[in-house]
Write a protein that binds this ligand. Structure first.
Ligand code: UDP
Ligand code: MG
Length: 320
């Protein structure tokens, strides 16, 4: 029987857990004769009774496993721990607060069985979230897509099913500042969207605020692309154009009225020249910085989908 891992990062989720376990159990019972299950909690340094609860659940049901972090490392790293510790033939990421309905899981599995490697849940609507959050999230996806050639899945969170070969690749990617969304997009493979309505949080409070979301957005952009580093190089162009324009103006004017260059004109020209040079050199430094940044991630250069008609596992790449 194939084994399915359900990875659940949890941070101060004692109020949501009973609901979550109840709904997961219902779901798993309905699929029990077809698949083995593993429910892998990653307790991200919760300060409430989350881990005690999880341990109690494990007493009763050995399918429930857990990784307990030494402190709060954030959801991204909790997800990485899930990737490292899960043992299934595929893994599903689920939020502990039931915003991702477990009832969608059979559909995810169905497409996985049809041969898709990354079945991701795409939000049709987001209940219980402010207009402002919806708008900023939408804009963010558009900006991100404009900045990178990698295809980005819009309106998609972390709720998705990944085949074992995706999991293995993600396991091998050891970059410290992780942005899972960008990694999921980067790996490619056969992707399939499943639409759903995102529910409001069942209990407890969101751990996000605008400051955190803003940081996440910057993380997303900087992990996808080094193009912000080019801003400087591009900015030098208008500066030099202004310099040339003003230089011509000054020369023509001086010849016309037969007068020497004025001090203020010389100062403006010098300021424009040296700003242009500085901005340009910032751009050049940025260009090399971007290269170092990309090399330091040490990602595999490419991932193979198929070799001679056989699904490629990329084991060789990962181990080399
Ligand atoms: N989470 C985590 N570590 C954190 C913050 C959140 O593991 O530092 C988990 C949290 O328990 C939940 C999921 O990540 O299962 C999503 O968090 P939340 O619901 O607060 O975010 P939102 O859904 O509002 O974006
Ligand atoms: Mg949530």
């Amino acid at each position: 029987m194939k084994k399915i891992s359900i990875i659940i990062p949890a941070y101060n989720e004692e109020e949501s857990l009973p609901f979550l376990i109840e709904r997961l159990n219902k779901l798993i019972d309905s699929l029990e004769d077809k698949y083995d299950f593993e429910i892998l909690f990653v307790n991200d340094g919760s300060k409430d009774k989350t881990i005690e609860l999880i341990k109690q659940y494990r007493e009763k049901d050995k399918r429930i496993c857990f990784v307990d972090f030494a402190r709060n490392f954030g959801k991204e790293l909790a997800m990485k721990a899930g990737i490292d510790y899960c043992t299934g033939d595929c893994a599903i990421f689920l939020d502990a607060d039931l915003q991702d309905p477990p009832e969608l899981i059979p559909e995810l599995i169905k497409y996985w069985e049809e041969g898709y490697d990354d079945v991701y849940a795409r939000r049709k609507s987001r209940k219980g979230e402010t207009l402002m959050k919806k708008f900023t999230s939408k804009m963010y996806y558009r900006v991100l897509q404009a900045l990178t050639p990698v295809e980005i899945q819009v309106d998609t969170g972390d709720f998705r099913l990944l085949d074992r070969r995706c999991i293995n690749v993600l396991k091998s990617m050891k970059e410290v500042q992780r942005n899972s969304k960008s990694l999921f997009s980067w790996i490619g493979y056969k992707k399939k969207a499943v639409f759903y309505d995102r529910d409001p949080r069942i209990a407890g409070k969101t751990k996000w605020n605008y400051a955190k979301l803003f940081n996440l957005a910057i993380d997303g952009i900087t992990s996808f692309t080094t193009s912000p580093l080019r801003i400087s190089a591009y900015l030098s162009i208008p500066t030099f154009l202004m310099l040339i324009g003003y230089l011509i103006y000054v020369i023509v004017k001086c010849i016309r009225i037969q007068e020497a260059v004025q001090a203020y004109q010389a100062i403006i020209l010098l300021v424009l020249f040296f700003s242009g040079v500085q901005i340009l050199f910032f751009g050049i430094v940025g260009e090399y910085l971007g290269r170092i940044f990309n090399e330091s991630k040490a990602r595999p250069l490419y991932l193979v989908n198929e070799y001679n008609g056989e699904k490629e596992t990329n084991e060789k790449l990962i181990n080399s």
